[in-house]
Design a protein around this ligand. Structure first.
Ligand code: PHE
Length: 338
């Protein structure tokens, strides 16, 4: 019997050394310390022990049980502490932090603003919900102009007013500026505009424009061209060439559209420029005398130029993107590239 106690003791000792987790400690307890465990089994065999040895064997067994119990208690404390400690490997690379950033359209807007601010323009804004007067009438749109049509304009009902619209362009801000300030006026007007159009790869129903306006004595078309060329060189790159094509807007006369050479193919012709070598980037012109008059500015004394561009479109061309909808799908795989 004493021999068996000795054997079990060295077995228990080895088992205790091997404990390295809470699960292993529990397995130890179930093997040795419970009512059907190894120690209890030996206690039950006390009956077989000769009377004169009972004292000695009982003492040895009690010592063995105390040894196993205290070893187990110690192991339990150790493994618990271990599981509370975070895994600390100072050589691991840090976890990658994902920073948010500005939306590519807001980045483009900031860049456009910065270029014009450098040239002496201020930044003005106006309301998204406009009235027919500021959005159309004061801008010299005739009463039957197709842009007022249900096809293009979102009308807004509010109380008994039936003349409210979601602005279809940023040009009404021109009117608000010219009515509230005396020339010289030199401002750009960024903002969101709305058109009742089917959403396609090239058109959205909501998008951003930047308008520009300069009114003073002796403002000329040559100044308009110079300013826009400077802008285009700063935005698209120094090597571009430009051309003006005659166009029509009710609020400018003469009116033009500005093209730049396609910087993706250097004017040779590619998918983005539809093999023409040219990209249309904005509309512009000299402020129509009727518009100046509507704002109590004498067209005999003052003249002005205006221009307007879509930010999404400007940005599409700058990066050679062929689907405008990507800007608003909130796909991080797309957005994180900016
Ligand atoms: N408002 C015009 C548009 O939305 C752009 C424009 C602005 C054209 C100013 C000429 C002058 O298409």
């Amino acid at each position: 019997m004493l021999e068996e106690i000795k054997k079990l003791r060295s077995k228990i000792d080895a088992d205790l050394q091997a404990i390295s987790s809470a699960e292993e400690a529990e397995a130890f307890r179930l093997k040795h310390l419970v009512r059907k465990g190894t120690i209890a089994t030996l206690f039950e065999r006390m009956r077989e022990v000769a009377n004169e040895e009972k004292r000695l064997v009982g003492k040895e067994l009690n010592q063995l049980r105390a040894f196993a119990q205290s070893g187990f208690d110690e192991a339990q404390i150790k493994t618990e502490q271990k599981s509370k400690e975070p895994i600390q490997d100072p050589t691991l690379p840090p976890r990658k932090l994902y920073h948010g950033h500005e939306h590519p359209i807001m980045q483009a807007k900031a860049r456009i603003q910065e270029i014009f601010i450098r040239m002496g323009f201020t930044v003005a804004t106006g309301p998204d919900i406009e009235d027919d007067y500021h959005n159309f009438e004061a801008l010299n749109f005739s009463p039957d102009h197709p842009a007022r049509d249900m096809q293009d304009t979102f009308f807004v009902k509010h109380g008994d007013r039936d003349d409210l619209v979601l602005r279809t362009h940023t040009s009404p801000v021109q009117i608000r500026l010219m009515k509230s300030q005396k020339p010289p006026i030199r401002a750009i007007m960024p903002g969101r505009v709305y058109r009742n159009e089917a959403i396609t790869a090239r058109a959205l129903a909501e998008f951003y424009q930047v308008e520009g306006l300069y009114v003073d004595k002796g403002v000329t078309m040559a100044q308009l061209k110079g300013t826009l060329f400077e802008f285009a060189r700063a935005y698209y790159g120094k090597d571009i060439k430009f051309r003006f094509r005659p166009s029509f807007f009710p609020f400018t006369e003469p009116s033009a559209e500005m093209d730049i050479t396609c910087f993706l193919c250097d004017g040779k012709g590619c998918r983005v420029c539809k093999y023409s070598g040219w990209l249309e980037i904005l509309g512009c012109g000299m402020v129509h005398p009727n518009v100046l008059r509507n704002c109590d500015i004498d067209p005999e004394v003052y003249s002005g130029y205006a221009f307007g561009m879509g930010i999404e479109r400007t940005q599409m061309l700058a990066i050679g993107l062929d689907d405008i909808r990507l800007f608003y799908e909130n796909d991080v795989r797309f957005l994180s590239q900016f």
